[in-house]
Design a protein around this ligand. Structure first.
Ligand SMILES: Nc1ncnc2c1ncn2[C@@H]1O[C@H](COP(=O)(O)OP(=O)(O)O)[C@@H](O)[C@H]1O
Ligand SMILES: [Mg+2]
Length: 159
């Protein structure tokens, strides 16, 4: 039966230093599942994109002095599954389908490439995006580890 074996909740100010803080926290948290280097990098990368989006887009026109946080909620399951939810109380996304399309960006031309959602999607097993304009956005990522059953791991062992 599927059950939760560990949980983590983080609330970080939406400032750029916390992109690396979030990545490090996810690495330590999922270490318990004994991930391969590739699985670890995938999850770090996916979380990094979600957190960067909160920092860059969510609070873009946020009134000065009001709190702007990144909320991260992660869970490990006994069946070698990890879920990570990254949320904000920012501006929200008007058209999620359009936002998820490769190369779509509302960022400054030349600054962003509009591939963040694609990265999150390709490095995880599922990606769900929920958003309400003026209320905020929640991105839920799910990854099952050990899919390359029997494949040699980077440390030479077998998964
Ligand atoms: N948390 C968020 N809050 C508000 N808008 C967002 C958020 N995440 C993504 N978006 C919107 O979705 C678009 C696409 O995101 P993404 O694929 O990561 O590309 P990029 O960040 O390079 O623009 C962003 O340009 C932005 O308009
Ligand atoms: Mg992005």
């Amino acid at each position: 039966m599927k059950r939760i074996i560990n949980e983590m909740k983080l609330r970080l100010p939406a400032v750029s230093i916390n992109e690396s803080v979030a990545r490090s926290c996810i690495s330590s948290f999922m270490a318990e599942l004994d991930p391969t280097v590739e699985e670890l990098c995938d999850m770090r990368c996916a979380v990094s994109e979600a957190v960067t989006n909160v920092i860059v887009h969510a609070y873009k026109n946020h009134p000065e002095g009001t709190p702007a946080f990144i909320y991260i909620s992660a869970r490990l399951y006994n069946e070698r599954e990890i879920t990570v939810e990254v949320s904000d109380n920012g501006c929200g996304i008007e058209d999620i389908e359009r936002a998820r399309a490769p190369m779509f960006t509302t960022g400054e031309p030349g600054e962003r490439c509009g591939m963040g959602f694609l990265v999150m999607e390709s490095f995880t097993d599922s990606l769900t995006v929920k958003s309400r304009v003026g209320k905020g956005t929640t991105v839920l990522m799910r990854k099952i580890l050990g899919k390359g059953e029997g494949a040699p791991r980077d440390d030479g062992k077998r998964s």
